[in-house]
Design a protein around this ligand. Structure first.
Ligand code: DGJ
Length: 738
């Protein structure tokens, strides 16, 4: 529908105003509390004018005179090659220049979801570029992306294809982003924007990887703050190779540009073909980083994450408990173990499959998805039945995108793996693993068939841990044409999405965890296929506080798998008390990652209590609003956060001591997000102390708690036997409104 001619509702948000003496058409994309304003005058380049808190229509006409930005919203390379642009097109005749001008503005309203499309096209060549915006009712996130259509007679080549460009006026703007490595994912970094180009990129090939995250916050009022300040959040929803540029050239603006990484990915479009870039989700809040996070969590749960309104189960995963030593009696005893602790699901990790090759380590059998009857003589069905008989669900690990060189699948189909022709495969994990070529439809069919068969043959399976432990090595596809080898990264990812889409159509109810060799697949682009992600292979509670903190900026607790594991920890070798381990895991989607039969009596008791307590507050943690109170990155010896139910009736407060020195006075943590006028009764969860805290069972107003907080008795350690004291202490408080 053409909004400027047919849609009276939309007419209200299109107004004619004077821009530099010209008549221009203003497009106002709005949400309840935010506005994005464009100048879409026909025949002219599309101009960005404003993104921030809601602009009332009475102000719209004047914002330009008031000093709003006036910059290219989405321009292509060539006319001003000295400036960075969002799109690079080599036309079929070799011309490298484009000038995109507005042709039309269209809008459609689908049950309150409003899609606005500004159609631009080159002023000489028949290439259309639709700049798209999507909003949801009652939600302060705007999704934006582009669709590039070739109407030329011959192929065009795309050399850059950003999803969006967001100009941001200069002036003490700070960037918050997340970087890391395997076992230390999502570490928060905050820095003021200085001149030059900051690039955050992923080149993993199959997953968004461990090293960067595709989400940033931009604090416009100086140093980032959890509660105050104009803050933009931007998440590129794409877990393939991406590039996010935060560019500070001379002039008035910083520029945020995000999209599929163009490096080594030049893409040819035939006549009539369309290239759709992945969405960037944008939000804005005047309530600092906390406000941005809450906007993202709500949007994520309501519109992206699969089954985003269904609380997640408490599970035991077998990996750190037994690694590859899968055997039926061991699995059955683990099921009994988690059932005895009050858990709800058991997941059998790597090591259960293999025929000619046995999966006893990470060097063979990947891709041969047949049950290893030497280890599991009665098959998967018997395991699912055993789980049922002890009252827990059953889940399974699988890695359908991959193969090992020592596997029957590779022997049968050596042409199915990603590799350059005429070169020997380059392996990843275990010096054995290779990536299957999802640009090849036959390989996609195989992967869909494998998963579908396992699930159809075993209706007792309710959960899948979908792992991916290898990026692309040796760039090349044995399937793609010679002149389309540079399509590999993009077509591989498209293929992955097709596999997930089709599997989801076949098995909509199965819970699937996205695991990427730890936290290598944490990206909103794939969360529509997944219920949650494995946050990190590092289960050490101290390090998890930092990783989970960083992850919480854009992802809700219900998606963030957090497991209690053994002490000493298998990754850091740190010894921590079971309460500390349980309290940290409880702030995400609680699970366990150990061998129950090796737990001490104390560990068993604390876990049983933690699971029971978690059940009583699960909805508040998983579906509530997050308030980060004291950052571990501030290195003040304490980290604290809380969740508040949307109706503010219920809250859960987490407090962790992150450093321990004699004589240390820790900062008092003020609470947030409560109803100031209501009274809250405080009780401690996961209590291990011999005597209760002084405020146990006492009532405080939301106002008092938010102004003052509660002070834990010095020296902040627990009232327990001397031998049980530790440098790691923690508290979890439950607040119930009267
Ligand atoms: C990597 C995952 O992150 C681990 O949790 C585990 O599933 C292993 N793969 C199994 O190979």
């Amino acid at each position: 529908m053409k909004i400027n001619s047919l849609n009276p509702v939309f007419l209200a948000i299109l107004i004619l105003i004077g821009v530099h003496g010209l008549k221009a058409e203003t497009v106002h994309v709005s949400t309840p509390a935010t506005s994005l304003v464009l100048d879409a005058e026909k025949g002219k380049p599309l101009k960005f004018m404003y993104y921030g808190s809601k602009v009332e229509s009475s102000d719209l006409e004047s914002i330009l005179c008031g000093g709003s930005v006036y910059a290219d919203a989405y321009q292509a390379y060539g006319i001003h090659p000295e400036h960075k642009t969002s799109l690079g097109v080599v036309h079929s005749d070799g011309n490298m220049t484009s000038r995109l001008v507005v042709r039309d503005v269209m809008s459609e309203n689908n049950n309150g979801m409003v899609k606005t499309v500004v159609r631009t096209s080159d002023d000489l060549y028949p290439v259309d570029v639709d700049v798209c915006y999507l909003t949801y009712p009652g939600c302060d996130v705007i999704e934006t992306w582009t669709e590039i259509i070739n109407r030329e007679k011959g192929d065009i080549r795309l050399t850059r294809f950003d999803s969006t460009t967001l100009p941001i006026r200069k002036g003490n703007v700070w960037l918050t982003h997340f970087a890391g490595d395997w076992a230390s994912e999502s570490q928060m970094i905050e820095e003021p924007l200085a001149s030059g180009l900051k690039r955050i990129e992923n080149t993993d090939g199959t997953r968004n990887g461990h090293y960067t995250r595709a989400e940033v916050m931009l604090s416009l009022d100086g140093r980032p703050d959890e509660r105050h300040g104009a803050t933009i959040g931007a998440a590129l929803c794409y877990s393939g190779n991406y590039a996010i540029d935060i560019d500070t050239p001379v002039g008035d603006c910083h520029y945020y540009r995000a999209g599929i990484n163009p490096d080594n990915s030049e893409y040819r479009l035939k006549k009539g073909e369309k290239f759709v870039t992945p969405p960037v989700a944008l939000t804005f809040s005047n309530d600092g980083k906390g406000g941005v996070s809450r906007n993202f969590h709500r949007w994520g749960r309501d519109h992206m994450l699969l089954h985003g309104s269904t609380p997640r189960k408490i599970l035991l995963n077998s990996w750190e408990g037994v690694y590859f030593d899968i055997e039926e009696p061991v699995m059955v005893s683990m099921m009994k173990g988690i059932s005895d602790l009050g858990g709800e699901l058991f997941v059998m990790d790597d090591g259960w499959f293999g025929g000619k090759y046995q999966r006893n380590d990470d060097t063979r059998a990947l891709g041969d998805w047949v049950t290893d009857t030497r280890k599991l003589p009665n098959g998967l069905k018997a395991l699912a039945d055993s789980a049922k008989s002890v009252g827990v669900g059953f889940g399974l690990w699988i890695e359908p995108e991959m193969a090992d060189l020592s596997s029957e699948i590779y022997e049968k189909h050596p042409d199915w793996i990603v590799k350059a022709r005429d070169r020997k495969p380059v392996t990843g994990r275990g010096n054995a693993q290779v990536v299957l070529d999802f640009s090849n439809p036959a390989v996609r069919e195989y992967a869909i068939g494998v998963v579908d068969k396992i699930l159809s043959d075993n209706p007792g399976i309710e959960y899948i841990k979908w792992d991916s432990n290898c990026g692309i090595h040796l760039h090349g596809s044995q399937h793609l044409d010679n002149n389309r080898q540079s399509h590999l990264y993009i077509d591989w990812h498209k293929g992955f999405e097709e596999v997930m889409n089709r599997l989801r159509a076949l098995h909509p109810e199965i819970v699937i965890q996205a695991c990427g060799g730890g936290g290598g697949r944490v990206n909103w682009g794939v969360m529509k296929y997944f219920d949650e992600f494995w946050t990190s292979d590092n289960t050490d509670p101290l390090q998890r506080i930092y990783t989970q903190w960083g992850t919480s900026y854009f992802y809700p607790a219900m998606a963030m798998a957090a497991h209690i594991s053994a002490s000493p920890n298998h990754q850091t070798h740190r010894k921590t008390p079971i309460k500390f381990r349980a309290d940290v895991a409880m702030s995400g989607r609680l699970g366990l990652e150990l061998q129950p039969s090796e737990m001490s009596e104390e560990e068993r008791n604390v876990c049983r209590q933690a699971i029971a307590d978690y059940k009583s507050v699960r909805n508040t943690i998983q579906l509530g609003d997050l308030y980060r109170l004291k950052s571990p990155y501030d290195r003040q010896g304490v980290a604290s956060l809380m969740y508040v139910s949307p109706d503010k009736n219920d809250a859960v407060f987490f407090w962790y001591r992150t450093e321990s020195f004699a004589g240390q006075r820790l900062p008092v943590v003020k609470m947030d997000g409560l109803d100031r006028k209501r009274m809250y009764k405080v009780s401690e969860l996961n209590r291990i102390d011999d005597s209760p805290l002084p405020f146990e069972g006492k009532c405080f107003s939301g106002d008092y708690l938010m102004n003052n907080g509660l002070v834990f008795p010095y020296p902040y350690i627990h009232n327990v036997d001397h031998d049980s004291l530790s440098d790691f202490s923690s508290r979890v408080l439950h607040l119930e409104a009267l």
